[in-house]
Design a protein around this ligand. Structure first.
Ligand SMILES: Nc1ncnc2c1ncn2[C@@H]1O[C@H](COP(=O)(O)OP(=O)(O)OP(=O)(O)O)[C@@H](O)[C@H]1O
Length: 730
């Protein structure tokens, strides 16, 4: 290691009182500043404290009495001249050689290669000496410029390094690094031993300690260099893994970073090369070297479209560019999307997939689109099968998270024991049967995306508490794990239960309810939007590949009148049934599922209060409910009631003839008028005029066996009319 010293080392021995000897020797250290005094005193105490009293004096603090010691060590020659009068004339004086304290050298490691740096010291020799010392220990990649009072600045720098001379650092410098005061050089330490007559006693110990310090330091340095170089390798690996080109260069165009992707695009180059020589395309070269132009630009190179972006790091006089190949980036996006699709973690639906134009559904879509723009949690309320998941998926796809996963979990379909590990995952060995390597929970899988928690009202209070913590802390802990894992997920929860009531009766946590319900969306049941049925019917026929299949007007009417307790899902099921059973091009009443009227049209378990009124009170065809709420019927008795009612009004045969006729026409998708009815009835009932036909149809309408409306729809059988006809044609 190089040792720096004042160029002239003078040993001024004043032997006038050579018998100045005490039991413990006294060493006085005189410095310019207090900081240097501290450094040098602690250095000498490290070597000699056990046998020498060490006293420090600095020019900064007034020395009152003359300094008396076995040896006075001056930190510089100038100081020895300035402080001479404060030293007892009989004291021997040594002007110490000093060297750079390299223990703080790591402070320089952050300065990038090629940077101009002032080395600041009190005189030229010291500044130059320190620079040489730094170069010798490997800091030769910086452009070190000596700086001292009165020097001429031939090249400027924004960073300054000094050895304890911060006061001399020029004001314009943006960053100053103090390596600390220079320490006493080993050769001067040996001199001190000699002068204190401690050579025999201390030399080997001091040299041991000195060696030890050096070894400790060089180990430290070695470690730091290793760390820095493995960090560099690590960074280089990262930069080479990135799928975009990355180039960094100093103001003048000297390249400092040129990653693998850049090499693929522009050809071979490495740090130290010039942009000017490396980039052949003149427009790209011009753009890169135009310091003030920081806009993103599109370039075409070798049939590829490149988007180049730039930003400046002014402090380092560096420009960094990223180069994206638009096609490759698209391909990557497609791959990532395919990966999500493979895992099933995508929102399958968009708002355009929501069929229906009723006001209620349009309003719901309108609100949902607004909610999609925010990132807050949403609670969707709606009966089973109304389309809650459809809405959740559409919201995800319209939100800023649409490139992330959409993961859905239905709590009603998972047992309580499994919910926790499904949501939060588990560590290997968390429980018997846990998979090797553990498993990610859906919260982790949905990271940066949306999680859809369906049937949230079905989870236990225990899981509610865990879920609440996750929503509050935004981190999860795997089952059997000890680490908290941060997550960035938007939660959309759904329920068909009355959560407010559940909060009241204590089965749902109110705090969780409020966390989930930052926004609220209600999806209306299908029976509140009968206008949508026709649109939905065609939507599902098309969705299942039978867009051309016709639905007879009567069937459509029957569908419209249905209660649809299973909502849109039930309607879709019926459409799939039609597709499976209908052999002709038109679905007719005869294609309706056998149990359609039992299970669907009649409603479930007395929920259909509106229809029950129509059927039960005003209609002779009664629906009874047994104790369990399940419907029971005595069909024969009910049909007989109709027959009796008709017989009381006129000829049952005529009425049945007209009912069948209406059915035939609607099955063919045709409307039937009174005139047609009279004509068709002519052969069997020649006495029936058009007016009489009107009378018969009025009777049928009064018994709610048919409906009459003006225009295209005309006369139609009601469900009961249809069933009564079917009963009589068996
Ligand atoms: N307006 C609509 N347009 C098109 N398809 C719809 C519509 N509403 C619902 N569907 C379809 O109906 C089916 C049921 O919808 P979804 O699963 O979203 O209902 P849900 O309310 O989440 O049901 P559950 O409460 O049982 O989970 C799905 O196949 C969905 O695509």
């Amino acid at each position: 290691m190089n040792q720096l010293a004042d160029p002239s080392v003078d040993l001024l021995l004043n032997q006038r009182n050579s018998n100045f000897i005490k039991e413990r020797k006294k060493l006085a250290i005189v410095t310019g500043s207090e900081a240097t005094k501290e450094t040098l005193c602690s250095q000498m105490k490290y070597y000699l404290e056990d046998c020498v009293d060490i006293e420090g004096y600095s020019e900064e603090v007034m020395v009152k009495d003359p300094i008396q010691a076995d040896l006075v060590v001056m930190s510089s020659k100038i100081l020895s001249e300035e402080m001479a009068e404060y030293v007892s004339p009989e004291c021997p004086v040594l002007i110490a050689k000093r060297s750079l304290n390299i223990e703080n050298i790591e402070k320089l490691f952050g300065i990038p290669k090629g940077t101009s740096v002032f080395f600041v010291n009190d005189i030229k020799e010291n500044a130059v000496g320190c620079i040489e010392a730094l170069q010798e220990i490997g800091i030769d990649y910086l452009e070190l410029i000596p700086y001292y009072p009165g020097c001429r600045i031939y090249r400027n720098a924004n960073i300054a390094v000094t050895a304890g001379e911060m006061a001399l650092v020029p004001d314009h410098v943006e960053k100053a690094i103090d390596l600390g005061a220079r320490i006493i050089d080993i050769s001067s330490i040996v001199e001190i031993l000699k002068l204190l007559d401690l050579m025999d006693q201390k030399l080997s110990l001091v040299s041991e300690k000195y060696k030890e310090t050096m070894i400790r330091f060089s180990n430290h340095l070695y470690h730091l260099f290793n760390e820095a170089s493995s960090m560099n390798q690590y960074l280089a690996r990262i930069l080479n893994q990135i799928n975009d080109g990355i180039i960094a260069y100093y103001g003048s165009g000297i390249i400092s970073i040129f990653n693998e992707k850049s090499r693929e695009i522009f050809g071979a180059a490495s740090a130290g090369d010039l942009i000017h020589n490396v980039i052949a395309d003149s427009s790209i070269k011009e753009y890169l070297l135009a310091e003030e132009d920081l806009s993103d630009r599109l370039f075409r190179l070798n049939q590829e479209d490149l988007i180049i972006s730039k930003f400046r790091i002014d402090k380092l006089d560096t420009t960094v560019c990223t180069i994206k190949n638009t096609k490759e980036n698209k391909d990557i996006e497609v791959k990532l999307r395919q990966d999500l699709i493979r895992k099933g973690y995508i929102g399958k639906y968009r708002f355009s997939d929501i069929a229906g134009n009723s006001t209620v559904i349009s309003d719901a879509v309108h609100i949902a689109k607004k909610l999609a723009k925010s990132d807050l949690n949403i609670l969707i309320y709606g009966e089973s099968g109304v389309g809650k998941e459809l809405f959740a998926s559409a919201i995800h796809n319209e939100s800023l998270r649409n490139r992330g996963p959409f993961v859905a979990i239905n709590f009603s379909a998972i047992s309580e024991d499994l919910i926790e590990s499904e949501l939060f995952g588990y560590e290997e060995g968390a429980f018997t049967g846990a998979k090797k390597g553990g498993r990610l929970g859906i919260f982790e899988q949905a990271n940066q995306g949306t999680i859809f928690l369906d049937e949230i009202g079905d989870i236990s209070l225990r899981i509610q508490a865990r879920l609440l913590r996750v929503l509050q802390e935004k981190e999860i802990r795997r089952v059997g794990g000890s680490e908290n894992i941060p997550i960035d997920v938007r939660v959309i929860a759904a329920t068909n239960k009355n959560l407010v009531q559940m909060c009241r009766d204590g089965s749902f946590r109110e705090d969780l309810y409020h966390r989930l319900k930052k926004f609220y969306l209600k999806v209306p049941p299908l029976r509140e939007r009968c206008q949508d049925i026709e649109v939905l019917v065609h939507h599902f026929l098309k969705k299942h590949g039978r867009g051309r299949l016709q639905i007879s007007a009567e069937v459509m009417e029957t569908l419209r009148m249905n209660r649809w307790n299973g909502n849109v899902r039930e309607l879709e099921n019926v459409m799939e049934y039609f597709i499976a059973v209908c052999d002709t091009g038109t679905v007719r009443m005869s294609d309706l599922p056998e149990d359609f009227f039992d299970e669907s049209v009649m409603g479930h378990g007395g929920q259909n209060t509106e229809s029950a009124t129509v059927r039960g009170i005003q209609n002779p065809m009664m629906i009874d409910h047994d104790a369990s709420g399940i419907q029971t019927r005595n069909d024969d008795a009910e049909y007989t009631t109709y027959s009796e009612a008709l017989c009381q009004r006129g000829n049952l045969e005529e009425y049945l003839f007209f009912l069948k006729l209406i059915k035939e026409y609607t099955d063919r998708g045709q409307t039937i008028s009174r005139k047609t009815m009279a004509e068709d009835a002519k052969n069997r009932f020649p006495y029936l005029t058009e007016e009489r036909v009107r009378k018969r149809t009025d009777d049928l309408q009064a018994l709610k066996l048919i409906t009459k409306s003006a225009g295209r729809v005309g006369m139609r059988l009601t469900i009961n009319g249809l069933k009564y006809v079917n009963y009589n044609t068996q």
